[in-house]
Design a protein around this ligand. Structure first.
Ligand SMILES: Nc1ncnc2c1ncn2[C@@H]1O[C@H](COP(=O)(O)OP(=O)(O)OP(=O)(O)O)[C@@H](O)[C@H]1O
Length: 258
């Protein structure tokens, strides 16, 4: 007997985040810089996307605008169905707290707090209690079960970044933005952190967008989008580090001849 399924609702197909014609300029007059030039991109739910491009191509600006950390000049940035430019500062702070997880290159942990207290801090700030079962799942996913009472100085760089990843995941955000999360790590710790980010997508259904310079890091993603001069110029699905490197070299060669 054939079974019929309801067609997916708009909520199900809505990307976790979307930019449409997103333009961002800094400065005025002669010092004006167009950091993003009408970028349109969607980040699908439950996928791991890497954002790559040469230095100054707009990667961090795209992340900051899409995470509501920096206002757009024109065009649209949405998280879920929410248009960020419709929100005032208080609403933006709340949206970031409730719907966005961040992982930065410098870990950004509070030194006086234990690993567990760092992980649960965003929830506490939002006046929420951690769901114990989910907290256990997140802690197990990033392999921190034996380290929860340690303070950041008692942890290696890789372990500190795992705390930061757990902190980003524990509120089940709509999307996690990671800016060069392996930039301060040796290659082994970096590979572990990338593995945990990928597990958070494959096993926990998280959506992750990661800015990186590193083709090996980008190869952990499901998809790589490439920026050059503030424009989205290419993308790769199921990338290998070799294919990512080839594209990067091609952009750089094109940049030198244009
Ligand atoms: N606050 C700012 N004021 C003025 N110009 C800025 C500002 N932030 C970024 N820019 C400019 O916008 C452009 C894009 O910068 P952005 O930091 O997004 O690039 P990126 O790809 O992340 O670079 P990198 O890989 O070096 O971190 C650059 O030309 C940069 O100089």
């Amino acid at each position: 007997m054939s079974q019929t399924f309801p067609s997916p609702s708009t909520a199900l197909v809505e990307p976790a985040a979307r930019a449409s014609g997103l333009t961002k300029t800094y400065g005025k007059g002669e010092t004006r810089v167009t950091a993003l030039d009408a970028v349109s991109v969607e980040f699908a739910r439950g996928r791991f996307t890497a954002v790559m491009g040469p230095s100054g191509s707009g990667k961090s600006t795209l992340m900051h605008c899409m995470a509501g950390l920096d206002p757009v000049t024109s065009g649209s940035a949405r998280i879920g169905g929410v248009e960020l430019s419709d929100l005032n500062d208080r609403q933006l702070t709340r949206l970031r707290r409730e719907k966005v997880g961040f992982v930065f290159q410098g870990f950004n942990l509070l030194p006086a707090l234990t690993a567990l207290e760092n992980i649960t801090l965003p929830l506490r700030l939002a006046g929420r209690r951690p769901d114990p079962a989910w907290l256990d799942t997140v802690v197990a996913t990033v392999g921190l079960a034996g380290r929860l009472a340690h303070r950041p100085t008692q942890l290696s760089g890789g372990q500190q970044q795992r705390v930061a990843v757990a902190r980003a995941l524990v509120s089940r955000p709509e999307i996690v933005f990671a800016d060069e999360p392996t930039g301060n790590l040796d290659s082994r710790s970096g590979a572990e952190v990338l593995g945990f980010l990928r597990d958070s997508v494959r096993e926990l259904g998280q959506t992750v967008v990661m800015v990186t310079h590193d083709p090996v890091a980008a190869a952990h993603a499901d998809r790589v989008v490439f920026l050059a001069d503030g424009r989205l110029v290419d993308e790769l699905h199921e990338p290998t580090s070799g294919a990512v490197l080839d594209r990067m070299l091609a952009f750089e060669a094109r940049g030198r001849t244009s």
